[in-house]
Unconditional design. Structure first.
Length: 414
């Protein structure tokens, strides 16, 4: 089957001899081939799925023109500034998008629409066409649904929900680390899925791998491996309902829904995440001398920094973590994930460099899931009923398993 570029080029040649300024002819010869082509459009440069340039084309030139004009996608005064052209051209300068769609194809689509819109703007019959009583409807989805599928939005979600948890894996899956190098020799490159190129490279790898099950996202290896439901050399890293499970499952379900086109209207979208940005660290917190009542239960901590100016604890936690208590050893320990409001100075500083907490006075609030609340409903949250106490500590927050910040559970106050 001929490619879109060939179709458009042949159509352009035919147009040259048939009145190139006639909007209907330009549409027939240059826009219709885009609609008929089985090839993906330029939209794939910026969107994971859910949008295609074909969705902006109707069977006739007039219907398409009216639909685009009345949705504000065509600028009759400055056709070259039409929004539909900026949408087509978005991502054209991004070298990372190369291979998803050829630059020639994107250029052909852009030039076809630019020529057609220019012809429409110059033709009084199109330019002055009244708004019909029943406007033609494009096959496009609500803008909120289209934005949900944008790759930059998916990447932001990945960074918050999965990339920030990478230190839970003790670098076993982080490409280029000594732990990972050893595992790669034993099991192959597939264990190096946290790519040294960073979150975007890792996301690209995951989307092309078999770690995400698009048909049954809750059965994705990205989730079932750390759960221990599928054999995992690193043992159990998350349990149902903990922070890691919530984050990974929400991410894979979102990707699967986008890929399957399950988001058709705004009501289908998941609730907007308004929480703080998350930053993974290799700083460990240990709680020792845990009481028997906490044994083998999921324990969540929220860490609050001391505000010297206000002479009080900060209102929002600056770090968090969770893991099951080792009952026999009477201890709990895990890496902490730092928290900061998006746009705050703290978030900007951590985004530019290596996230870290300064030494000082901190308050650790402990919540224990004593009744298995999260195992019954993974979307539930721990609250006042699960509050087990708070511990004031002087912390250095040094990195590494052998340099943990320690809190004494016997000093916990209710």
């Amino acid at each position: 089957m001929r490619s879109l570029v060939a179709l458009v080029c042949l159509a352009a040649f035919a147009t040259a001899g048939r009145g190139a300024d006639d909007p209907a002819k330009v549409f027939e010869d240059r826009i219709a081939p885009i609609f008929k082509s089985p090839d993906p459009s330029s939209c794939v440069r910026c969107h994971l799925a859910a949008v295609d340039l074909k969705n902006y084309i109707l069977p006739s030139a007039k219907e398409t023109f009216l639909a685009l004009r009345d949705q504000g996608l065509i600028d009759l005064e400055k056709p070259e500034d039409s929004k539909i052209l900026s949408l087509i051209n978005r991502g054209a300068a991004d070298p990372k998008a190369a291979g998803l769609i050829s630059a020639k194809r994107q250029k052909a689509e852009y030039e076809a629409f630019a020529a057609w819109i220019k012809a429409c703007a110059a033709d009084p019959a199109f330019r002055n066409a009244p708004k019909p009583e029943k406007p033609p409807v494009l096959a496009t989805k609500p803008v909120e649904v289209v934005r949900q599928a944008r790759k930059d939005r998916v990447l932001e979600s990945f960074e918050k929900n999965v990339w920030s948890l990478r230190f839970r894996c003790m670098n076993c899956h982080t490409e280029g680390t000594p732990q990972n190098d050893k595992l790669v020799k034993e099991h192959g490159e597939r264990v190096a899925w946290f790519r040294k190129g960073g979150p975007e490279a890792t996301l690209d790898y995951l989307l092309a791998s078999k770690l995400i099950d698009l048909d049954n996202p809750e059965k994705s290896l990205l989730l079932t491996k750390p759960l221990g439901e599928v054999k995992h050399g690193g043992g159990i890293k998350v349990v149902t309902g903990d922070q890691g499970y919530k984050a990974i499952r929400a991410f894979v379900e979102d990707v699967a829904a986008i890929k399957a086109g399950k988001y058709a209207k705004v009501a289908d979208l998941p609730a907007k995440d308004s929480g703080p940005k998350q930053f993974g660290t290799e700083a460990w917190l240990k709680i020792e001398k845990t009481p028997d009542a906490w044994g083998d239960k999921l324990l969540t901590v929220y860490v609050y920094a001391w505000d010297a100016a206000a002479r009080d604890w900060e209102k929002q936690p600056v770090a968090t973590s969770d893991r099951v208590v080792f009952g026999k050893g009477k201890l709990w320990q895990h890496t902490v994930t730092l928290l900061a409001d998006a746009g705050s100075d703290r978030a900007k500083t951590w985004a530019k460099g290596k996230p870290a907490l300064p030494p000082g006075k901190y308050l650790v609030k402990v919540y224990v899931d004593g009744k298995g609340k999260l195992a019954k409903d993974w979307k539930a949250t721990l609250g006042a009923d699960e509050f087990a106490g708070e511990i004031e500590i002087q912390a250095q927050w040094r990195e590494g398993y052998g340099a943990m910040t320690v809190a004494d559970a016997s000093r916990a106050k209710r």
